[in-house]
Structure formats: structure tokens, C-alpha cells
Ligand binder design. Structure first.
Ligand SMILES: *[C@@H]1O[C@H](CO)[C@@H](O)[C@H](O)[C@H]1NC(C)=O
Ligand SMILES: *[C@@H]1O[C@H](CO)[C@@H](O)[C@H](O)[C@H]1NC(C)=O
Ligand SMILES: *[C@@H]1O[C@H](CO)[C@@H](O)[C@H](O)[C@H]1NC(C)=O
Ligand SMILES: *[C@@H]1O[C@H](CO)[C@@H](O)[C@H](O)[C@H]1NC(C)=O
Ligand SMILES: CC(=O)N[C@H]1CO[C@H](CO)[C@@H](O)[C@@H]1O
Length: 235
């Protein structure tokens, strides 16, 4: 019974502490001009206090006032907007090569997927130009020409098939516009998508903090002694 009282008081203290600290977890952004806030499940690397728990796959960075999401399979992408209602991210490729993103970005071990419906296309690397298609300028160079063609296209002798990938929207030359189609959505595991998960995350952060929080340690020790004393007085 006394243990129960002690544990309840302990949890109440933690809860109060966690709540006191939520003020410093208010949404923030990388630039004053930014039109969106960074909030759960996203979190800002090294800027927000540690206890402002986001999820590991959702850690963003600020670089030159830009909000950056890094993908190991591709590198940095710039976030243009986040819609928390639609669970939609609009991204821009800082290398200005959206086809490089479609070709290399591997979302399979991430909580992200393309927001738009995908259609498969093949990427070809050709040693000569194909006059009937527009090459992808950012992937082509002297002596090699990269094309995005329908999967039904029969690969000619002077072309290598690089990869067949699903890309958002129907292919059009306008895709060389680096903002087009780079929309992602995210999926949380059920356990991450609840108020309890957020509270539990906060609680664990709280527990970590207690280790270096002498004042709180004293309060808990005091509570413990009081509970013990109450216990002995009853005897
Ligand atoms: C953003 O605005 C706040 C006050 O409005 C100011 O204190 C801060 O320095 C600004 N930050 C930048 C990066 O301009
Ligand atoms: C970031 O924004 C602030 C004002 O909002 C500006 O003074 C500063 O030059 C910007 N930095 C970069 C790297 O663009
Ligand atoms: C993406 O990565 C996973 C493993 O991380 C791999 O199994 C899969 O083949 C990759 N997909 C592509 C299209 O490279
Ligand atoms: C296309 O081929 C050239 C040379 O054959 C190579 O340097 C280049 O990296 C290839 N591009 C892609 C996207 O595979
Ligand atoms: C009011 C309060 O408890 N603030 C604390 C929030 O957390 C930081 C550590 O991340 C403490 O330093 C503050 O004292």
C-alpha cells in the first residue's frame, strides 16, 4: 500500500515535471520566414532540448535556414512544407535533379513513401542520343545520355538499362523542374501514433533526467522517507 502511494507520488512528480517542460517543446522552425513548424513526430537535431521527444526517423536539421531531411540512400532533401493534417511533406532536391532522387532514393526502410501514385518507368543510359526523347540533363553528360521511358520500350543496342523504378505522376519533361512530384507521406507504427506513446516517450526522457537532477532526487528521497515514517507510525 505504501509502495503504491510512493509510486503514485513519483509518477505525479514526473508528470508535473514533464508538463512544466512542454513549454520549451513548443513548435519551432529553421527560419523566421518558414511557413511551417517542426513538431511531433518531427524533431530538430541538436536545437530542441533532448526531452522534446520526436521519433528517430524524423530528426531534421537546419542548414542555412533550410529544413533538411537526410536519407542515407540519397542524401539531403530540403523540406518546403509539412502538412500535419495530410501527413504530407513537400521536398526540393538541393542538387536540382529530381530524377536523381527517383533513381536513387530507397524508402523501403523508412517510415516514408511517395504521396502520389507511382507508375513504373525504365531509366536508360545511352551512348548515343535518341532523337524522339528528351534526355534528363542532370544525369546526362558527354558521351552518355539518360532517358526515362515507358517499361514497354525495347532497349536499343547502344543503351544500358539502369533501373526500372516507380515514379510519381506520369513522366513529362516538366519533371526536370526540381519541385515536381517530390511529395512524401509518413506512416507511424500504431504504438507511435497515440497520446500514450507521446506520454511514455516523455516519461522515459523524464526518468533519464532524474539521474542528473539532484533537486528532484531530493524530493523523491524526502517523499520516500515521509511514506516510510507514515508506515512506521501506523504500527
Ligand atoms: C527570429 O525572430 C526573433 C524575434 O521575432 C528573433 O529574436 C530572432 O533572432 C530571429 N531569428 C532569425 C534567424 O532571424
Ligand atoms: C537566415 O535568415 C536570416 C534572417 O531571417 C538572414 O539574416 C540570414 O542571412 C539567413 N542565412 C542564410 C544562410 O541564408
Ligand atoms: C532498397 O533497400 C532494401 C534494403 O535496404 C533492398 O532490399 C531493396 O532491394 C532496395 N531497393 C532498391 C530499388 O534498390
Ligand atoms: C551512364 O554511363 C556513364 C558512362 O558509361 C557513366 O559514367 C554514368 O555514371 C552512367 N549514369 C548513370 C546514371 O548510371
Ligand atoms: C521547468 C523545468 O523542469 N525545466 C527543465 C526542463 O528540462 C531541462 C533539461 O532538459 C531542465 O534543465 C529544466 O530545468
Amino acid at each position: 500500500m505504501d509502495a503504491l502511494i510512493f509510486i503514485s507520488m513519483f509518477i505525479i512528480v514526473l508528470h508535473v515535471k514533464a508538463q512544466a517542460n512542454t513549454t520549451s517543446c513548443s513548435p519551432i522552425s529553421c527560419a523566421n520566414s518558414s511557413t511551417f513548424n517542426i513538431q511531433y513526430p518531427f524533431t530538430l537535431h541538436q536545437i530542441q532540448p533532448q526531452h522534446c521527444a520526436g521519433l528517430p526517423d524524423f530528426v531534421l536539421q537546419c542548414k542555412q535556414n533550410m529544413t533538411i531531411l537526410n536519407f542515407p540512400s540519397y542524401g539531403d532533401l530540403v523540406i518546403k512544407s509539412i502538412s500535419y493534417d495530410l501527413q504530407k511533406l513537400e521536398l526540393i532536391d538541393p542538387k536540382n535533379c529530381v530524377h536523381g532522387v527517383f533513381l536513387n532514393l530507397n524508402l523501403s526502410n523508412t517510415p516514408f513513401s511517395y504521396y502520389y501514385v507511382l507508375k513504373e518507368y525504365q531509366y536508360l543510359n545511352c551512348s548515343a542520343e535518341i532523337s524522339s526523347f528528351l534526355q534528363v540533363p542532370c544525369l546526362s553528360g558527354i558521351g552518355h545520355h539518360v532517358y526515362v521511358v515507358e517499361t514497354s520500350f525495347v532497349v536499343t543496342d547502344f543503351c544500358n538499362h539502369i533501373k526500372t523504378v516507380g515514379i510519381p505522376f506520369s513522366y513529362s519533361p516538366f519533371l526536370s523542374d526540381n519541385t515536381f512530384g517530390l511529395g512524401l507521406t509518413w506512416h507511424l507504427a500504431n504504438s507511435q501514433d497515440s497520446v500514450t506513446a507521446k506520454f511514455t516517450a516523455g516519461l522515459f526522457e523524464g526518468l533519464n533526467e532524474i539521474v542528473d537532477d539532484k533537486a528532484l532526487g531530493c524530493i523523491i528521497l524526502f517523499m520516500f522517507i515521509v511514506v516510510m515514517l507514515l508506515g512506521t507510525m501506523k504500527l
